[in-house]
Design a protein around this ligand. Sequence first.
Ligand SMILES: Cc1ncc(COP(=O)(O)O)c(C=O)c1O
Length: 403
Amino acid sequence: MDFKTTDFKMAEKPKKIGAKPSVAHLGREVAEKVNRFHKSFPMYEETPLRALNALSETLGVKKILVKDESFRFGLNAFKVLGGSFAIGSYIADRLETDIDALPYEKMTSEEIRQTLGPLTFISATDGNHGRGVAWTVRELKQSSVIYMPKGSAEERLENIRAEGAKADITELNYDDAVRLANRHAEENGWILVQDTSWKGYETIPTYIMQGYTTTALEALKQMAGEKPTHIFLQAGVGSFAAAVTGFFAAVYGEACPSITIVEPNEAACIYETMAADDGEIHAVTGDMRTIMAGLACGEPVTVGIDILRHYASHFISGPDYAAAQGMRVLGAPLKADPRIISGESGAAGVGMFYEIMTNPALSGWKERLKLDSDSVVLFFSTEGDTDRTNYRRIVWDGAFARP
Ligand SMILES: Cc1ncc(COP(=O)(O)O)c(C=O)c1O
């Protein structure tokens, strides 16, 4: 087979990183508080952490652990963790109370609805975040408006509409859809619940990142004292990756596992930022056509990028076929291993790792990443088959095969 390294790029930790940012706001104490909030939801259940022992033996590492977020709240993706915690925290701030005083039952009560009056929440999304926001807003019996980028899957749109949102697919890419949502929030007095930040819009995105720590905290507890040597995290704007990186950096301190960030080639804004190593942020523009819809974001999250600069160790940009391979590896496991249904963005981490371990053109990368028979590698499958048509095209029909 004709493998090409040029399909894959890797940057190491940049040198120009400025002052070390605090990660206390993503640490264990905050994560426990966030988790108390999520646990108050009647549909809360820990998502499973799966060990793929046969796969780890085949690929030559000690252990492969995959946190399967397809089970989250029946929504097939982790994203609701961020949207729900941000909306809860927004309401707590408005009521000048602590989020601990606003568990699900209180937050969704008629009393709170009457106190707040009618509210409209707005967001732009590739699908998963918007579904989580629309779901939370429906629980609150309030209104939501959701904009999706050009090329978004019909199924993802319908899932958001099914939560009662006024949702549409725009002619814009993700970053421009975010700008449109922001403008309409300002014009109409709506509340923007966006999973990325910029100067002057930082409070809600920070709450969203804190919301994501629930999955990291659950994983930490499920590992029961076993420490990963490596963590692979997929990034769109990087909020999820920065939240999980911040959590583990806070928990493990100097002994933090090696953290590798993965992105699609078409939208590798974090890779570009780290590779440039000039202390600036480097955006990617254009249509960002990739099957990894959740990662098709061109502008890194400003409140997360320095966390990634300081605490992550490698940044990989890779092709769609790696994510597709990850979906197949997880969806058609070796006999003794459990099956994980993972979507295009969900499987990106496993897919890139699989390439590193099996693609001869990348053989030097194992050493660069120090992946060997002592490695315990943790992944987050952040979504299930959120676009079932494409899932079948890839897993059954073999679309996006390795060249
Ligand atoms: C399934 C999935 N995984 C990962 C991500 C990446 O999250 P972030 O944009 O915070 O980097 C997304 C974003 O939408 C997503 O939908």
